[in-house]
Design a protein around this ligand. Sequence first.
Ligand code: FAD
Length: 478
Amino acid sequence: MQTNIVIIGGGGAGMCAALEANARGLSCVLLEADDKLGGSTALSSGVYYAAGTAIQRANGITTDTPDAMYEYIMTLNQWALRPEIIRLLCDRAADGLDFLIAKGVSFPDDHLVGGGRNRVARGHSCSGEGGSIAAVLADRVRETDVVVRLNTRVDGLIVENDRVVGARAADNEFRGDAVIVTTGGFGNNKEMRARLYPSVAQHGDKTWAVHEPAPYILGDGILMAERIGAAITGHDTGLPLPTAGFKHNVEGVLPPWIMLVNVEGRRFMAETSPFSVSGYLINAQTGSKSYAIFDETTLKEVSDDLDYLDPLKQRMSVPSWHQKSIREEVARGVVKQADTIEELARQAGIKPAALAEQVRRYNADFDQGRDAQFNKNSGHHAIRVPPFYAVEVRASMIGLTAAGLDIDNRARVLDADGRVIPGLYAGGETLGCVIGNRYSAGGISIANAVVFGRRAGECASEDVLEHGARALCVPASA
Ligand SMILES: Cc1cc2nc3c(=O)[nH]c(=O)nc-3n(C[C@H](O)[C@H](O)[C@H](O)COP(=O)(O)OP(=O)(O)OC[C@H]3O[C@@H](n4cnc5c(N)ncnc54)[C@H](O)[C@@H]3O)c2cc1C
């Protein structure tokens, strides 16, 4: 098959790329390994991060800007990200949101949420979660003459005369003037996790990815580009989410009513910390683990209040932490139970004297109505009534992977020497140059998929339209 643009992977980024190429009058084939479009975009909570939006203004946030978003992301990542990439993300995020709205995704004004460590609300939550983003984009794609091939798992790129000219899926060849890789991350690929995300892979059998229901999130696109010389960047980055590992339930935050300590028996963060920092801090503790401590009163009277999971009352998460499941885990021996704090510490492997002192201090702060150590602002409950409970918490749930391909600001894939690989473009979670070593806030990944998926579709189309194949051979600096 011969076409202008070959797109590999039909999630959010791939569908956005296809719509941009189609809008420019180019022929396009969208190859999807699964039996449906959507990928992990369809599984997501549907939160989109952007600054300077009409929805923010409708909520009285009139002074937020892409510049402020840029400063926040760059500062959180200690300027370890490339400005040309993050500038583009921030400058185009609001336009990407408008694009989704124009296509038919509903982002109600009252679904604006905070996130990350910044104070301004930039998380735009859609109706119907990520499933609605995927469904709307798929409907729009089907209304065009984009050719969609489902059940088509690409296994290699076709390179001729140093230029990528197509993709291969078993015996089928799909040839094009440009090829866009939008195969998402590699959360479900154990070998890639060990190589590219070791700080989470270290948890062994406890490591799992929230991508599980999307079977082809295996890093195929990253591997096939790597085989032809693409650079891999963003080593050991992604979103490590804290979990007690009861079940494979997707939960971004810990319950506020626990006290979290390390093996030394010391607290090390506010238990209400956002996932921009919580998993990273847990991984930084001795043994890369921590323990949630609580008492019988909290278990009985507080643990069934699940509002902390769900600020918009959408019941987006499946809860692990509630009385029934915790008591089941006590019976299985996963949650430790004891009549004294010292005995609890011994069972869990925490320093007993230090844990006792930490509990004393936590309770004294509770009595004074403050958390002098970490300024936790909700969910502070005393630990006084036996039996006491402890459960290990690890950041072993992969929220997304962020190691992957490197691109320039025209979404052209770069090789290890920083040169453009002619004919090859990429966008979305398959990239390793967008997220950085701290996940800025909920919504940044869908923004990545939309902004860089569109950018790849736009630039690949422009290059084909304006210059034909010759444009695909210019160096990265051009
Ligand atoms: C449970 C969950 C909740 C999330 N919540 C949010 C959120 O609220 N906000 C946010 O910003 N991010 C969230 N994320 C992350 C975000 O959804 C993803 O990072 C983003 O949607 C990825 O988009 P993508 O198009 O790059 O990849 P995907 O949407 O994963 O699409 C990749 C596609 O490529 C296909 N593919 C893979 N290999 C091949 C191959 N060899 N040949 C052909 N096709 C192939 C896959 O089947 C898939 O359809 C969440 C993720 C999950 C799983």
